[in-house]
Design a protein around this ligand. Sequence first.
Ligand code: AVI
Length: 307
Amino acid sequence: MTDELETLIAGLRQPQKMISPKYFYDETGSKLFEEITQLPEYYLTDTELEIMETHIDEMAGVIGEKASLIEFGAGSGMKTRLLLEHLHSPAVYVPVDISEEHLLDNQRHIQDDYPDIEVLPVVADFLHPFDLPNPKTMPHRNVVYFPGSTIGNFEENDALELLRVMHGEAGEDGALLIGVDLQKDPAVIDAAYNDSAGVTAEFNRNMLRHLNREFGSDFDLDAFEHRATYKPDEGRVVVELISTREQEAHIGDARIEFGRNETIITEYSHKYTLDGFAAIANEAGFSVDKVWTDPRDWFSVHYCTRD
Ligand code: AVI
């Protein structure tokens, strides 16, 4: 049995069953996530873009000339493009992703659209330190870019670990530009994760379809429902699949039993306060130099430098 399958089974054998959110993102899941970002209730994407558009000149100013922009994730979205268009003579753009296919596809588009910027993709699991490529132009500073509040999908210790990897990749005089979703009226957050068109529900259930295909498991997709609950005291959304009946599923050589209404947690989405994010960034060795928010204070973009 592979380590991956063993980890999956171990998660499903815990008293509170868990599956890593990384299994959301097969081809269908990535398309569904794209759809989520365009839903009226999913305020995160538009709000972050609005912040970027409003403050891009100031962002480019603090980042300075000849920066190396290191994006954690394949990139090529509107926010990345906005940065590439406004940064002052960027030295190089380095998208980092575990999927070579995503990276090469996006690289082609970015390179075609910005022929004067050197693009050097790196295939790596950015949860662990990796080697940076050598650009033609010596960068003045490395700026790690992590948009989308993806940091929110990591539990506290893992978020800290990831920020420490970013700290290492930023190197001396380096910086971090990161999008972080904020705590707010629970009704707004609940709506974002329980959209009326049911796209998030489909995104959540698709995880089981992905596992069935990839690991030969036999989860019955029709016997699980989506639930997402914002817990203000924990500052996070808990995303679950609820078993609608007593049932069992098989994965590898394991038999997994479900009671009626028993849940699998498939994702957390943490919502920070500005102070809460500054505290974890400090623990990882960063100081928050500048924070931009939207007029409603729903989302934030932090520029952090190394202490
Ligand atoms: C990728 N990540 C920031 C999304 C979020 O909002 O936590 C994933 C997501 N899950 C459900 N909807 C969107």
